[in-house]
Design a protein around this ligand. Structure first.
Ligand code: CAA
Length: 244
């Protein structure tokens, strides 16, 4: 057993692949969820595929709930060695139609959620002088995207958080990194109208969407003790669509 790995939004497309990859690495994997019925079905499916993944209900937007969840996980399963902040939503609209509510929903889940879990788990990791925090951002946090003022702002904010937290935690054996996936074949990306998605895929030099497993493998590496000299970095995995 390599320790407990907590994945927020682990029941989603990329999140599921991350949970499975960390479970293969012998972590005791825990995912948070917002919809209990769906999460229980997801957990059964993971079991059928050979992965025993614990699930805890937690609204990433709510600091007190996140605190309760972390305390419960540490009491029941043990110290959290790895935190992957993966919970995320889209509310895509051009600026003429983007409402303050759509702005706030995305900021609350995609950015405040990362702050909530990172700050709580970081305090636990500081007591043990070890930890790995991996924040899942997006290509669009770097290059922007028509219709994603809210999402791109939140995802860009994540890397500011990563770099600052990395500096604070580096002397204590805790690394903090951002992983920025491009367009990956998940339900979220498949919601983009097909004529728009075709144009996006045409801009990817590798010539296809990414696979969730291609993101998950990089998470496994960043989560490993071997990655102790990598901190404050942003790893782009986008098939060459945006290079920096
Ligand atoms: N570039 C330039 N102009 C565009 C455009 C684009 N990409 N998309 C639409 N337009 C134009 C339209 O033609 C229209 O022009 P007219 O007013 O002259 O007709 C105008 O902009 C307004 O278009 P809409 O009324 O369709 O705009 P909307 O508010 O309904 O929003 C949209 C459209 C939902 C943003 C749609 O364009 C879309 O889904 N785009 C894809 C966004 C995207 O890539 N999302 C990624 C989701 S997956 C993800 O986020 C994961 C990850 O990390 C990568």
């Amino acid at each position: 057993m390599t320790g407990v790995a907590l994945v927020t939004g682990g029941t989603g497309g990329i999140g599921s692949a991350i949970c499975q990859a960390l479970s293969r690495e012998d972590y005791r994997v825990v995912s948070t969820y917002s919809n209990e019925t769906k999460a229980r079905q997801w957990q059964d499916e993971q079991r059928r595929q050979g992965h025993d993944i614990a699930i805890f209900g937690s609204d990433v937007r709510n600091y007190d709930q996140c605190l309760r969840t972390v305390l419960d996980i540490e009491e029941v399963l043990g110290p959290i060695a790895v935190l992957v902040n993966c919970a995320g939503i889209t509310r895509d609209k051009s600026i003429k139609k983007l409402t303050p509510e759509m702005w706030q929903q995305v900021i609350d889940v995609n950015l405040t959620g990362v702050f909530n879990f990172s700050s709580i788990v970081a305090k636990c990791m500081l007591e043990r002088n070890y930890g790995r925090i991996i924040n899942i951002s997006s290509i669009n946090g770097r290059k922007g995207q028509f219709g994603q003022v809210n999402y791109a702002a939140a995802k860009a904010g994540i890397h500011g958080l990563t770099m600052s937290l990395a500096q604070e935690l580096a002397p204590h054996g805790i690394t903090v990194n951002t992983l920025a996936p491009g367009y990956v074949a998940t339900e979220m990306v498949m919601q983009v109208p097909s004529e728009i998605l075709d144009k996006i895929v045409a801009q990817i030099p590798v010539g296809r969407l990414g696979q969730p497993e291609e993101i998950a493998r990089a998470v496994s590496f960043l989560a490993s003790p071997d990655a102790g000299f990598i901190t404050g970095s942003e790893l782009a995995i986008n098939g060459g669509q945006h290079m920096y």
